[in-house]
Write a protein of this length. Structure first.
Length: 145
């Protein structure tokens, strides 16, 4: 990480001779040579060197990297939007599958109930209904011959 020092602080005046901005020039004292100047809102003539460096670096970050950060944010939002759309499509498929499963379960319940009732009737009648039906169908077949 670089070390910085303030090499200039210059007030910027408006038409009424009031300070509107401070131009802060800083230079790197380590890791190679670098210098830049940033204009920050307000009168910062009485701030410490550390505060001025922080203000200048923050202004640099906002001016140089905000476009990149915005583009990355937009990309992330688009990715999230696609993920939401995919999730919604999956949810719709799942809801359809659940509805089909509920229909199948209801049909199975109906069939089990029908089979249970039939078996209970057979058990209650001791199988006589079935034998009588079998005998009557045999009798009908013999009558036809």
């Amino acid at each position: 990480m670089r070390n910085w020092n303030v090499v200039g602080r210059y007030p910027i005046y408006d038409e009424e001779n009031k300070i509107t901005h401070t131009e802060i020039a800083i230079a790197s004292t380590s890791v190679g040579y670098a210098t830049f100047t940033e204009r920050v809102l307000g009168d910062h003539a009485n701030k410490s060197e550390k505060e001025l460096i922080d203000l200048a670096l923050e202004a640099l970050f906002k001016s140089e990297f905000s476009d990149r950060a915005m583009a990355e944010s937009v990309q992330k939002i688009e990715e999230m939007d696609q993920a939401i759309k995919a999730s919604n499509a999956l949810m719709a498929k799942m809801e359809t599958a659940i509805a089909r499963a509920e229909e199948a379960a209801n049909e199975n319940r109906r069939l089990v109930k029908t089979v249970t009732l039939t078996l209970n009737q057979i058990i209650a009648n001791g199988g006589t209904d079935e034998e009588e039906e079998h005998e009557s169908s045999n009798q009908s077949n013999q009558d036809q011959n």
